[in-house]
Design a protein around this ligand. Structure first.
Ligand code: HEC
Ligand code: HEC
Ligand code: HEC
Ligand code: HEC
Ligand code: HEC
Ligand code: HEC
Ligand code: HEC
Length: 364
């Protein structure tokens, strides 16, 4: 049986074009499983030329609407033995906040090297930018994607953030209102959400399980991924940053405006991992509740976490403090500044002006 299989694969190699890179003629992973994809290469490659443009339509034949999928089954490209779990990625991509897969097509070039070095190059994100169709394997959808080039070498992406940095890191063609995410998550920053490495703060009192609030043992790790915050709003739907009903392609709602009332919904994103009760009971910052809920007596509205915190990282401040200049003004001395007395003391001071209240500075 093994020999037979080997013979089969060898014969396949001869039938296929010789100019093809060995990497691509090797069809491994889920798409190589002929029990579900009996016609192998032909499910995606039609005709003699192997070049594929506008590949998303090819992918969505199976990963799109059930109607298209039925057609693929009828044509014998896909076999459903009852265990197939193909979801509709197309409907995800049609949600209001998405990766522009359906709107920007045919820009990807198989020989392109990212991050982009040409300033006016077209921004794009196609299926094959994030998935290598010859190598995706069960539970490893990023398998085989080349990472950033270092000298003459590119290694495969092993961590999800490496994929994201290819377009959201040091790219020459970043949109004007976007910034280099790799700088924001640098483990040498004063603070950062722990994507690349464990965080700078060993006791984040509000953290909910499975994350560990106080690190005691070396094995206690609290690492998160970009897609813990950016991805499908529907936790039961297909995973991945294809689309969301929430702004910022976020998995949950996050109000960033000043003056909104606090609720589980308003800051749902943060409350996924940080305990609302702990925060509003001022277990860390003694004036959290005052600022988040506002002060009815003085007729001062509450404000968003976004007014004081950056969700990615801060190169200059601990505790992800980064004041939103649209809300927080400079004080009389021309200062807009946070000073902490250390990560363990829970004391610090702020010099700024907010909602008309001078802090010159105010300490806690
Ligand atoms: C699940 C869909 C899918 C299957 C199955 C598949 N391919 Fe591909 N293949 C693609 C896509 C999409 C591209 C274009 C990739 C790009 O542009 O980066 C591609 C590109 C290629 C290329 C490079 C073509 C060029 O432009 O030079 C070769 C060679 C290739 N495939 C060979 C194969 C062989 C051989 C098989 C079967 C053993 C196979 N592929 C099976 C989707 C598929
Ligand atoms: C002929 C049908 C077909 C086509 C066309 C097709 N796929 Fe798939 N794909 C499958 C099947 C079957 C699976 C395995 C699903 C399962 O095990 O339930 C799969 C799984 C995947 C996975 C998930 C791996 C995992 O389990 O995490 C990704 C990612 C993927 N395909 C991307 C693509 C991309 C990108 C294209 C287009 C280049 C494409 N597919 C084209 C049938 C197809
Ligand atoms: C091949 C390039 C590419 C890759 C890889 C990529 N993106 Fe994007 N992303 C884009 C483009 C293009 C946009 C549209 C806006 C822009 O040009 O930045 C975008 C937009 C976004 C947005 C903003 C959506 C909005 O509504 O404001 C988020 C968030 C995002 N991407 C997160 C990620 C994450 C997380 C990853 C890694 C899992 C990732 N991206 C990988 C190209 C890419
Ligand atoms: C997916 C889980 C997750 C989500 C969602 C999340 N956090 Fe965190 N957060 C963490 C983890 C894990 C740490 C611990 C980092 C450490 O050990 O320093 C942390 C730490 C922090 C810290 C302390 C950082 C430091 O260095 O002192 C602040 C402030 C913070 N988060 C604010 C927020 C805000 C605001 C939101 C909503 C926009 C949010 N978090 C959403 C997981 C999350
Ligand atoms: C703790 C949650 C959280 C994590 C983790 C996170 N983000 Fe974000 N991200 C946000 C929030 C909230 C916003 C919207 C507010 C803002 O722009 O700061 C955002 C905005 C963005 C944007 C759109 C704004 C822009 O500057 O272009 C991109 C792109 C993005 N994130 C990429 C990433 C990437 C890449 C990663 C992983 C390396 C990541 N994010 C990890 C919460 C998160
Ligand atoms: C910007 C990058 C990006 C683009 C573009 C993209 N994906 Fe994904 N996709 C991901 C990531 C990241 C995951 C894995 C998320 C996880 O496992 O948490 C994923 C997961 C998947 C899965 C597995 C879903 C599940 O529930 O396990 C499928 C299938 C898939 N993608 C298909 C596609 C198809 C088809 C396209 C194009 C129409 C596409 N993707 C475009 C990043 C992308
Ligand atoms: C007025 C500014 C301000 C606002 C608004 C604010 N914070 Fe904070 N937050 C701080 C300061 C200052 C600290 C650091 C306290 C210390 O010295 O330990 C902090 C600490 C934290 C920490 C780390 C300690 C802990 O409790 O685990 C988290 C997490 C956090 N904030 C989350 C949030 C979330 C979520 C929101 C919105 C619901 C929010 N903050 C709103 C100023 C603010």
């Amino acid at each position: 049986m093994r020999l037979l299989l080997l013979f089969f694969f060898l014969s396949l190699l001869f039938v296929l074009p010789v100019n093809a890179t060995s990497r691509k003629t090797m069809l491994s992973g889920v798409h190589g499983d002929q029990r579900v994809m009996p016609k192998s290469c032909r499910a995606c490659h039609r005709g003699m030329r192997m070049v594929i443009r506008n590949e998303e339509q090819t992918c969505l034949n199976c990963h799109g609407s059930p109607v298209k999928r039925q057609r693929m089954i009828a044509a014998g490209y896909l076999r459903d033995s009852g265990r197939l779990q193909l979801s509709n990625i197309e409907s995800e991509l049609r949600k209001p906040y998405n990766h522009p897969v359906l709107t920007v097509r045919g820009v990807h070039n198989k020989d392109e090297i990212l991050p982009e070095t040409i300033v006016n190059a077209a921004r794009h994100s196609e299926c094959v930018d994030c998935h290598e169709p010859h190598q995706v394997s069960a539970g490893r959808p990023l398998s085989g994607i080349p990472g950033k080039r270092v000298g003459n070498f590119t290694t495969d992406v092993t961590e999800e953030y490496q994929l994201c940095y290819k377009c959201h890191g040091n790219s020459a063609n970043l949109p004007v209102d976007s910034s280099d995410k790799q700088l924001e998550f640098r483990p040498t920053n004063k603070s950062y959400h722990p994507i690349e490495a464990e965080g700078a703060n060993a006791y984040v009192v509000s953290l909910k399980p499975p994350y560990v609030a106080r690190k005691e043992r070396p094995g206690d790790i609290s690492i998160i991924k970009c897609t813990d915050c950016h991805g499908n709003d529907n936790t039961n739907g297909p995973k991945g940053p294809h689309g969301s009903i929430y702004r910022g392609l976020l998995v949950a709602n996050y109000e960033m405006e000043d003056g909104r009332s606090e609720s589980t919904y308003a800051y749902a994103l943060c409350y996924r991992c940080h305990d609302r009760t702990s925060l509003l009971n001022d277990e860390s910052f003694p004036y959290h509740s005052l600022h988040i809920l506002g002060n009815r007596g003085k007729n001062l509205p509450g404000t968003s976490c976004f007014t004081c915190h950056d969700a990615h990282g801060s190169s200059s401040n601990p505790f992800l403090i980064s004041f939103n200049p649209e809300v927080v003004e400079m004080n009389r001395d021309g200062k807009r500044q946070f000073k902490a007395q250390g990560v363990t003391t829970r004391h610090g001071s702020c010099a700024l002006k907010c909602h008309g209240v001078e802090h010159e500075p105010k300490s806690y």
